[in-house]
Ligand binder design. Structure first.
Ligand code: K1U
Ligand code: ZN
Length: 167
């Protein structure tokens, strides 16, 4: 397995719309394993393929403390959204920035698993928020885009400065 490099905002590649996965094969299973390893090492509770510069519709999530409840969603589609909830979010592509975002309180998602089988999942609380956040990544959207223009500009400047200092 391998640790993958995570793109940082405002990298324009984070705005790429991911393409559907036509076939779940060994290459996809290997990438999913590398994404999970990268997510756990970060550490984080989710990771979308977009964030590691692979523009295909796959994400991993695990909100458990024990890191033993890994979910891999291939070609995820939100079938149903209910309610509204504000929750503080973070993002491995926007390090050090946390802010409140409004999302659906409950969702039903249809996706394909690593065996190539279709499944449906009802998710609420942190799991529902995390899946919505990761599906946004696949659409090329980063959570800071829900914040005010002023906040987005400040975050862009802060992270651009940090990236230059790290060079
Ligand atoms: O998409 C990502 O960059 C992952 C992101 C997922 C997320 C977190 C919170 C709300 C919505 C989506 C993260 O994992 S940020 C890091 C984080 O939240 C965390 C890290 C260690 C332990 C617990 C949480
Ligand atoms: Zn994120």
């Amino acid at each position: 397995m391998a640790l993958l490099k995570i793109l940082h905002y405002p990298d324009p590649r984070l705005h790429t719309v991911a393409k559907p996965i036509a076939e779940v094969n060994d290459e996809i299973r290997r990438l999913a394993a590398d994404m999970a390893e990268t997510m756990y090492a970060a550490p984080g509770i989710g990771l979308a393929a977009t964030q590691i510069d692979r523009h295909i519709r796959m994400l991993v999530v695990d909100i458990s403390e024990e890191k033993n409840s890994l979910l891999t969603l291939i070609n995820p589609r939100i079938l149903l959204k209910e309610g509204e909830a504000m929750h503080e979010e973070g993002c491995l592509s926007v390090p050090g920035i946390y802010d409140k975002v409004s999302r659906a309180e409950r969702i039903r998602v249809q996706a394909t698993n690593l065996a190539g089988e279709s499944f449906e999942l009802d998710a609420d609380g942190l799991l529902g928020i995390c899946i919505q956040h990761e599906i946004d990544h696949l659409e090329g959207k980063v959570f800071v885009e829900y914040l005010s223009r002023l906040k987005q500009t400040r975050i862009k400047h802060k992270l651009t400065k940090q990236a230059k200092e790290a060079m």
